[in-house]
Design a protein around this ligand. Structure first.
Ligand code: TXA
Ligand code: MG
Length: 354
């Protein structure tokens, strides 16, 4: 049967049938770039063992060359191709959390060229929990290096439309599936040091990892001890909408009151303003109910991109509890913000974000 393949500015759009996935995998084997769905966000994949192919990813995304990427595997045999020092702890974590949104930083195996890890002796590796991703990696028969499939600095893509918005004409193909169910990226857990450290909060919560490991885990980032190892990617301003985003922190009633005041004033001055938290149905995101947090995580990047498309100039966002996946959402909001305002009683002080 001849299938019609859509071509957008030179980028092929594949469906998720076996034949299309095989064609996408053939592009990987030839050293090309294919964006594919995962349970977190879409990834921009290249053969992780092919240095030249991996270099194309940096170019297509405009990604700084000192920002390492995650290698995606579909089996434990592929894990052994990518990383060394597979200790009992690593085996336990992969058994419990893979396939799933947990990337482990481990010593890099020789098969993986240094460019994948921006020259670091370590490598980030994960097995995605998405049938299309797994079938694609199996069909390519090689581990696939893939950062998120967005232009560097833009909100991560949770739909193939977002990938095309950023990368049409710059990559060979996109596998078109539905929206990514988790909506924020994987948790990056560094196991290369003396103690495990979360370099980036994500789809697997800190609480779940602590339960499993049986001890508290440090989270790298603002407010943490400065001598911790750092994820190179986290120093860049990420997830940025075009709009100016103000994140309001503080006691719930007061921060909401401030948001209402700011909103009313902006409307009066004809500034195109929206409240991020109202973009969900009932606007009550600050409840720490897990399902509300998961809903915001799933829709966050989509909401930011929608607001950009509608020409919103100012986004007002209210902090949420940093529990469960809320920690990942707060991390992304902080990185997306242009300004953070902390409300303390009746005193309001503002500081520019990093
Ligand atoms: O959910 C995800 O993780 C998605 C999907 C596609 O799998 N991928 C993703 O990749 O978010 P990327 O490149 O956007 O983010 C990878 C993060 C960056 O913060 C990077 O600095 C960090 O992982 N990372 C990768 N390798 C590392 C290493 N060897 N040491 C420390 N951090 C590393
Ligand atoms: Mg990214």
């Amino acid at each position: 049967m001849i299938r019609k393949i859509i071509n957008i500015s030179g980028t092929l759009l594949f469906n998720v049938d076996q034949c299309s996935i095989a064609r996408a995998a053939a592009i990987i084997k030839r050293g090309g770039l294919v964006a594919f769905p995962t349970e977190t966000v879409y990834g921009l994949g290249a053969d992780a063992t092919n240095e030249e192919a991996v270099c194309k990813i940096f170019k297509a995304k405009g990604r700084p060359s000192d920002n390492p990427m995650i290698v995606h595997v579909a089996s434990s045999e592929q894990l052994l191709m990518v990383a060394t020092s597979i200790t009992d702890q690593v085996a336990g974590l992969t058994e419990k959390f893979w396939p799933g949104p947990l990337s482990l930083i481990l010593p890099r195996a020789q098969n993986i060229p240094g460019v994948v890890s921006a020259g670091l002796p370590t490598v980030a590796v994960r097995m995605p929990d998405h049938p299309v991703a797994l079938s694609f990696i199996r069909s390519a028969a090689t581990p696939i290096a893939a950062p998120s499939a967005n232009l560097s600095g833009r909100p991560s893509p949770t739909s193939y439309i977002h990938v095309l918005e950023d990368l049409a004409g710059k990559i060979d193909a996109v596998i078109r599936a539905g929206a990514c169910p988790i909506g924020v990226e994987s948790t990056v857990l560094d196991l290369s040091g003396k103690q495990p450290v979360i370099l980036r909060p994500g789809g697997i919560s800190r609480e779940k990892l602590e339960d499993f490991l049986g001890h508290p885990i440090l989270v790298d980032g603002p407010g943490c001890a400065s001598d911790l190892p750092s994820s190179p990617g986290m120093k860049y301003r990420h997830y940025s909408p075009y709009a100016f985003l103000i994140l309001v922190k503080g006691p719930p009633e007061e921060r909401r009151c401030l948001i209402e005041i700011l909103y009313a004033r902006c409307r009066k001055r004809k500034i195109r303003v929206e409240i991020l938290n109202s973009a969900l149905d009932d606007g009550l995101l600050t409840r720490s109910a897990n399902n509300k947090q998961a809903e915001l995580a799933a829709k966050l990047f989509q909401i930011l991109r929608d607001m950009d498309r509608r020409g919103i100039e100012l986004i007002l966002a209210e902090e949420i509890e940093p529990e469960g996946i809320g920690l990942a959402v707060m991390n992304r909001l902080q990185k997306a913000s242009s300004m953070i305002i902390r409300v303390k009683g009746r005193i309001i002080r503002a500081r520019k974000s990093m």
